[in-house]
Design a protein around this ligand. Sequence first.
Ligand code: NDP
Length: 291
Amino acid sequence: MNIIDGKKFAENLRKKIAEEVEELKDRTGKVPGLAVVLVGNDPASQVYVANKAKQTKEVGMNSYEHVLTADTSQKDLLHIIKNLNANENVHGILVQLPLPKHISEDAVINAISPEKDVDGFHVVNRGRLITGQDALVPCTPLGCLMLLKDRLFNLEGLHAVVIGRSNIVGKPMAQLLLNEGCTVTVCHSKTKDIKSHTQKADIIVVAVGKPNMLEAEWIKEGATIIDVGINRVTVQAENSNESPTTKLVGDVNFNSCKEKAGGITPVPGGVGPMTIACLLSNTLKAFKAGN
Ligand code: NDP
């Protein structure tokens, strides 16, 4: 079976986390706590935050939600983070991005204690990742790596191509693969002839945000494809009297690539569910480091 079932993997991971949380509670009398801070009322962010809170509670952790209005000042936000850093019941802090324009994301992220930075975006955690030290690693690339290791076991010596170089996905993904012993090529919007790179790759991770960017002719037989992209596209109804609908697709042309790939993640049901599961895994890790 060449479909990589991220939904199932994430379910199992959450189950293991819940068991460990229960065990830690019995042993230490304490429960891991995750604080999520949302500034403004972006509908997509509201959905993410609600999902995070729900799944946090489902694994037996405490969830603390801070919903702030869009006109919250940077000073007030930094004050809330300072309090969360000092709060012993909070082991992980996540500030939902994007933030309103008047707030510096870098200033906010770097105000979070690196030990509680469960998104792995703090410069200290980025530095630890680059230097091969134990770090809290960004959740989406961490989830991709788990799926790859589950499928391929040992990544050493494999040629990996990462398309996309964002701080959230592409760069940490490339670094994680490098740390695993892969030979890594990073492609981006300025790369000439991306196909010439992907055609030689054993592993391709696509994190761009462009539907159907990766076609079957871009990949070699048996390659493992991880599709991070989430794109909402409009689908015309077959019957012209009906209104068009929308659906989620990734950056990979799944139908064209699925026969040729050795393993491929679908969208939805691939990388997406791994992100929150890895956030919980990072929260557990942060808790265990201090307890
Ligand atoms: P960004 O927009 O921050 O980065 C996109 C990257 O793609 C950039 O590095 C950009 O290059 C590159 N790019 C853009 N156009 C091209 C092109 N034509 N050819 C090659 N590279 C190109 O996006 P993110 O990294 O935040 O997210 C990428 C995708 O992953 C999105 O669809 C997002 O929704 C999804 N996502 C999914 C998550 C999940 O949980 N599954 C979590 C996070 C993101 P350059 O740097 O040169 O501009």
